[in-house]
Design a protein around this ligand. Structure first.
Ligand SMILES: NC(=O)c1ccc[n+]([C@@H]2O[C@H](COP(=O)([O-])OP(=O)(O)OC[C@H]3O[C@@H](n4cnc5c(N)ncnc54)[C@H](OP(=O)(O)O)[C@@H]3O)[C@@H](O)[C@H]2O)c1
Length: 294
C-alpha cells in the first residue's frame, strides 16, 4: 500500500493507492478480513510519475462526484518509498528514487490540498520520512539535484546518499508547507506532520544483496534497534490521529512521542529554496508544455 487517505462522510471511506493491481486487491482483502464493513476503494497509480499522480487526482475527484460523496480528503499519508541501488529514470526523466520519495509526495500533496481544505473537520497530511536524513550535513538545491538527473550521470550511483537526500527533502517540504499554511491562516484547518517508523524489516531492502540486508537486520536486532512490523506503524498512526493543533512535528517511537529532526531539516531558507526549485521543475512537462498545477 503506497498512499492512503480517508474521506469524511457518514461512513469513512479509505482509499489505497498503489502501483500493482494485484497487491492493491490483496490489501483490500486483508483489510476486509479485519473489518468487513470497511468502505474501501483502490486506485492504481505510479507514485514516481507526475502524470500518473495527476491522473489519479482527477479520477479521485470524479469517483467522489459519481459516488455522491463529500468532495474532500481528511487524511493523506504519503508512505511510498524506495531504496533503489541502481539508477532508473522515470517517464519524466527524473531519478526514480527521488521521484518516488520526494517529488511524488510533493505532487500528491499539492494536488490534494483543495480536497484537504474542503474537509468539514480539520485534515492531516503525514509524510513518512527516515532517521537517515540526519546523515546529510549539507545539500545542494538546484534542478539537476532535485530531479536527480545529476546523480544519473555519476559513475557509481550513490544510492544511500540519494535516499538520505530524498528523505531530507520530504522533511524540508513538510515544514515549509506547515509554515505556508500558518501564513495563509489555514494552520487550524490542515496539519502537516512527518513520521519516522524507525528500523523495520520490510521490503525496503529488496534491492540490496540478500546477504548484506540479512547481516544488517541481524546486527540491528541484536542491538535491539529493529522494530516489529506492527510497532513500525506506530509513529505513522500517531501522526495521523494526533489531536488538532499539532503541526510541523516529527513523530518517532510510538506512544505519541515527538523528537527534533536534524538542524538542516529546519533550515527555513533552504526549505523555501527547495520549494521554489521543485515548483519550477514541475511547471514544465518533459515535452516543454506548461503545467499550471504547481
Ligand atoms: N523499513 C524501514 O526501516 C524504514 C525506515 C524509515 C523509513 N521508512 C520509510 O517507510 C516507508 C514505507 O517503506 P517500507 O519500509 O514499508 O518498505 P516497503 O515494504 O518496500 O514498502 C514500500 C511501499 O511503497 C510502494 N511503492 C514504491 N514505489 C512505488 C511507486 N512508484 N508507486 C506506488 N507505490 C510505490 C511499494 O509498493 P509495492 O507494494 O507495489 O512494491 C510498497 O507498498 C518508505 O517511505 C520508507 O522510506 C522505512
Amino acid at each position: 500500500m503506497a498512499g492512503f487517505c480517508s474521506l469524511p462522510n457518514s461512513c469513512h471511506n479509505k482509499i489505497t493507492v498503489g502501483r500493482s493491481e494485484q497487491l492493491l486487491s490483496e490489501a483490500i482483502t486483508k483489510i476486509k478480513g479485519w473489518n468487513e464493513d470497511a468502505h474501501l476503494k483502490a486506485f492504481q497509480a505510479d507514485l514516481s510519475s507526475v502524470e500518473s499522480i495527476i491522473k489519479f487526482s482527477t479520477s479521485l475527484r470524479q469517483w467522489l462526484l459519481d459516488s455522491d460523496l463529500h468532495c474532500s480528503v481528511q487524511i493523506l499519508i504519503n508512505n511510498a518509498g524506495i531504496l533503489a541501488t541502481s539508477p532508473r529514470v522515470t517517464t519524466e526523466g527524473y531519478d526514480k528514487m527521488i521521484a518516488t520519495n520526494y517529488i511524488g509526495p510533493f505532487v500528491m500533496t499539492k494536488l490534494l490540498l483543495p480536497l484537504l481544505e474542503s474537509s468539514p473537520v480539520s485534515s492531516k497530511i503525514v509524510n513518512v520520512t527516515s532517521f537517515t536524513h540526519r546523515a546529510v550535513t549539507n545539500m545542494q538545491v538546484d534542478e539537476g539535484t532535485v530531479s536527480g538527473k545529476r546523480f544519473l550521470k555519476s559513475k557509481q550511483y550513490p544510492y544511500a546518499q540519494i535516499y538520505e537526500y530524498s528523505k531530507l527533502c520530504l522533511l524540508l517540504f513538510s515544514y515549509e508547507l506547515h509554515r505556508q499554511l500558518c501564513q495563509m491562516g489555514k494552520s487550524h484547518q490542515i496539519f502537516v506532520n512527518v513520521a519516522d517508523p524507525g528500523v523495520v524489516q520490510t521490503n525496503i531492502m529488496r534491492e540490496v544483496p540478500a546477504s548484506l540486508s540479512w547481516v544488517a537486520f541481524f546486527v540491528l536486532k541484536r542491538l535491539r534497534l529493529l522494530k516489529s512490523f506492527e510497532s513500525g506503524n506506530d509513529s505513522i498512526i500517531d501522526a495521523a490521529l494526533t489531536p488538532p493543533g499539532t503541526s510541523g512535528v516529527y513523530f518517532f517511537g510510538g506512544k505519541g512521542r515527538t523528537i527534533n529532526s536534524s538542524a538542516l531539516s529546519q533550515d527555513t531558507k533552504l526549505a523555501h529554496e527547495l520549494w521554489e526549485t521543485t515548483s519550477d521543475l514541475l511547471s514544465v512537462t518533459p515535452f516543454g508544455n506548461k503545467r499550471n498545477n504547481f
